[in-house]
Design a protein around this ligand. Structure first.
Ligand code: ADP
Ligand code: MG
Length: 338
């Protein structure tokens, strides 16, 4: 997990991201490493507050300024370390190299500008020579590509004139307009109802095949991961609990947090069992994070309680161990399958 090989579009190495707060500097991401392969989809899954969005913002160089800071690590996009890159280089990479789709389309769209103006701006900011007319025409083509009916009419409308699903298609059109090599989608369908959600995920997959892009799919929903991803990173409290191929994670989960997430997916074969098993307890706040295995206080393992009371829990950071090819899990027995 140290060097980037040619099949990787992105390599994140030992990323540590913190926020300056009244209570001091708090680490939201604490030593995260993973790679994204060209043309493939990597999922990042975990409950709310686990550091998924902060990981995405760190990669994009979009952390809130000046509170958010990358304290350590590298984000290698192709051969370039984005952490060390100057602002103007990052600006160029955003859009044409890496782009991001946010959860809530209304925050990504400006309510007072027509759809076409917003899409045209993407083209015009990155291609200075393009004319207004040409940018407008390309916008119509892009709206057609993301499956918006009557794009030549929609292009002249305002965001509030579209349904939630259509707005998210516009956001996808904006993110893909410059044919980025990597798209980071942060809960892109969470705000949408289930049918629309499935349509949007399908759309992203067909555009991915056509444009041969890589995707980082961030979600709290393992169902979305199963549908869309090749590789999975399971994040818990700012760290990686487990990672591997989709097959490894679903067929041979080794971390009890992964098992907890899997148990809380609604099963088709048992729709009447309406109360899902949920993981007891909560994701810890950033003020109360130990060095040790962070899931331990919620772990059903019989040794978990004595571990949480030990010095080791407060002082020793577990590594990830590779238990089969490409399948890594936190090396602490009381959070592992027993
Ligand atoms: N601007 C901020 N200032 C302070 N803490 C933040 C800020 N943004 C996020 N955090 C904290 O960082 C942690 C990870 O948040 P986030 O990455 O948004 O989680 P997720 O996307 O997995 O739900 C949370 O504890 C959250 O409260
Ligand atoms: Mg988030």
């Amino acid at each position: 997990m140290t060097s980037r090989d040619d099949s990787d579009i992105l390599l994140v190495r030992d990323l540590v991201t913190a926020f300056d707060t009244d209570e001091g500097q708090l680490r939201a991401v604490d030593g995260v490493s993973f790679r994204v392969k060209r043309g493939k989809t990597l999922g990042i899954v975990g409950e709310s507050g686990c550091g998924k969005s902060v990981t995405a913002l760190s990669i994009m160089g979009l952390l809130p300024y000046p509170m958010g800071k990358i304290l350590n690590g590298e984000v290698l996009f192709e051969d370039r370390d984005l952490v060390a890159a100057p602002a103007d280089a990052l600006y160029r990479i955003r859009g044409a190299g890496i782009s991001m789709i946010f959860q809530e389309p209304m925050t990504a769209l400006n309510p007072v500008h027509r759809i076409g103006e917003q899409l045209s701006e993407v083209y015009q900011l990155h291609h200075k020579s393009i004319s207004r007319k040409e940018a407008w025409d390309r916008s119509i083509d892009m709206l057609a590509k993301v499956g918006i009916p009557s794009p030549e009419i929609r292009v002249g409308e305002y965001p509030h004139q579209l349904s939630g699903g259509m707005r998210q298609r516009v956001v996808i059109a904006m993110a893909l307009a410059l044919k980025p090599k990597l798209v980071i989608a942060d809960e892109p369908t969470t705000a949408l109802d289930v049918t629309i959600q499935a349509q949007i995920l399908e759309l992203m997959q067909s555009l991915q095949r056509e444009m041969r892009m890589s995707i980082i799919m961030i979600t709290h929903n393992l169902g979305v991961i199963a549908e869309t991803c090749d590789e999975v990173v399971v994040m818990y409290a700012g760290r990686i609990a487990e990672m591997g191929s989709v097959y490894q994670i679903f067929e041979n989960p080794q971390h009890l947090y992964t098992c907890g997430l899997l148990n809380s997916i609604p099963r088709l074969e048992n729709p009447r069992k309406s109360r899902l098993q949920t993981i007891e307890g909560f994701v810890p706040g950033l003020r109360e994070l130990p060095f040790g295995a962070r899931f331990a206080p919620r772990s059903p393992h019989p040794e978990a309680r004595s571990y949480v009371e030990s010095d080791r829990y407060r002082t020793v950071r577990p590594d990830l161990v590779e238990i089969e090819d490409g399948h890594w899990v936190e090396d602490e027995s009381c959070v592992r399958v027993f």
